[in-house]
Ligand binder design. Structure first.
Ligand SMILES: [Zn+2]
Length: 423
């Protein structure tokens, strides 16, 4: 019975530990290094070679596309079916942890090892994907290879992006030996599953084992400029001032209230706040600030933006200042596929793991694969919600549970036992 199949948690943990040699940097303890494995660096190339060899060792075929994304395929019984993909990334931030992205790819390898060793043959091929440059730490934008795969960016655009030293992504691919010949997006995926650490504190705080990730919230970034009048701190009566900092502070309070207006759904953040000219005895005439609004659905985002605009126009007339709002980036919400989520939920329940539905606050390759294939994500807890940090940590038991959900969800989906639009 494939429903009785379980991954080998000790083997998965050993794989995570072994591959942490590629790009290891000092971490919180000698047995807990951090990682600096920038995409297409020597360390990343070593990791990629290790990954390809480990996959080939169990009979998988490894191909690489023109943006360096690696596809390791375990054949299925029906050659006409597209593969069920298990994807994430092996690159890290400059002072990153050992699990962000890496868990998703190496758990895919563990799933393939388990399936192969059991003598089971799935109907669909199983394909483990290492997406190039997910982090965006060396080349912007982030998630660029999955974006090219999904047609969000052109290949030429991606290959022309440069790092801080002026090296293009195309040059880095050639230097690293990972410029493949496959066309990104050139083959269809039956589905895309991604196991990832939560990178936030919710599962740990609620003592839950698995997050069934229903989607990724939408994001809107704004620049705000508040203009009043610079004036002398000693000679200008309070009633006559048009203090841009005072107005901006009132707006900051309004933004916090907007963030609390739809509890559990809305988030509003001012990340940057600068007053000019910046002198102790001068009331500021100008403030520049940023606003980051997030919500799971477009109507909710629209409402948050409307509340922001209302707050601004009220403050402008009340405090006699000018305020401008400029939308500089918008990322629409993503809803993952009900069939893939159904497979993840059913597997989680059958395995007896505590769980909740949740949204991802961060971007992932799954955001883009969702445009071209039924997609879903699984989260496991991470210590103190820390990520993009050398202290990033998970427990072996959580890694094992996440990989077992991944295995069982993929097998269920392959059999089409979930009400799904598989294949
Ligand atoms: Zn990641």
């Amino acid at each position: 019975m494939t429903q009785d199949l379980r991954i080998d948690g000790a083997r998965l943990w050993a794989t995570l530990a072994e591959t942490a040699q590629y790009g290891a940097i000092a971490g919180p303890a000698p047995d807990r290094p951090g990682l600096c494995r920038l995409t297409l660096s020597d360390e990343d190339a070593a990791m990629r070679r290790w990954f390809a060899q480990a996959c080939q060792a169990i009979g998988m075929t490894v191909t690489t596309d023109r943006i360096g994304t690696q596809y390791a395929r375990l054949p299925g019984s029906d050659a006409a079916l597209p593969p069920i993909a298990i994807g994430s990334h092996l690159d890290t931030q400059p002072t990153g942890g050992r699990f962000d992205g890496i868990l998703g790819v190496l758990a895919g390898l563990e799933v393939a090892r388990t399936v192969q060793a059991s003598g089971t043959t799935t109907r669909h091929p199983i394909e483990i994907i290492n997406w190039t440059n997910e982090e965006g730490a060396r080349f912007a934008p982030a998630m660029v290879a999955s974006g090219v795969f999904a047609g969000v960016f052109t290949l030429d655009y991606a290959l022309a992006q440069t790092d801080r030293d002026g090296v293009t992504m195309g040059e880095a691919l050639a230097q690293s030996g990972f410029a493949g010949d496959e066309t990104p997006g050139g083959h269809a995926l039956a589905a895309h599953f991604e196991l990832h650490i939560e990178q936030g504190p919710v599962l740990e705080a609620e003592a839950l084992e698995i997050g069934v990730v229903s989607g990724v919230q939408g994001i809107r970034w704004f620049d705000v400029v508040v203009k009043g009048q610079t004036c002398h701190a000693g000679t200008t009566p309070m009633a006559l001032r048009r203090d841009a900092l005072h107005a901006a502070a009132r707006l900051a309070i309004a933004v916090d209230e907007i963030g609390r207006s739809d509890p559990g759904a809305s988030l509003a953040t001012i990340g940057l706040f600068q007053a000019y000219p910046g002198s102790r005895n001068t009331a500021p005439g100008e403030v520049r600030m940023t606003v980051d609004l997030r919500h799971p659905d477009v109507a909710g985002l629209d409402q948050l933006e409307a509340k922001l605009r209302n707050a601004m126009s009220a403050l402008q007339s009340q405090l006699r200042v000018g305020m401008t709002l400029n939308l500089i980036w918008s990322s629409p919400p993503v809803s993952f596929d009900p069939g893939v989520l159904g497979a993840i939920s059913a597997a989680t329940q059958r395995l007896g793991y505590s769980h909740r539905a949740m949204l991802s606050g961060a971007g992932h390759d799954s955001v883009y694969t969702a445009r071209v294939a039924p997609t879903g994500m699984i989260f496991i807890p991470c210590e103190n919600g820390l990520s993009h940090n050398v202290a990033e940590n998970i427990t072996p038991a959580d890694a094992e549970r996440g990989a077992n959900v991944l295995l069982q969800a993929v097998l269920d989906y392959d059999r089409g036992q979930i009400p799904a639009n598989a294949g």
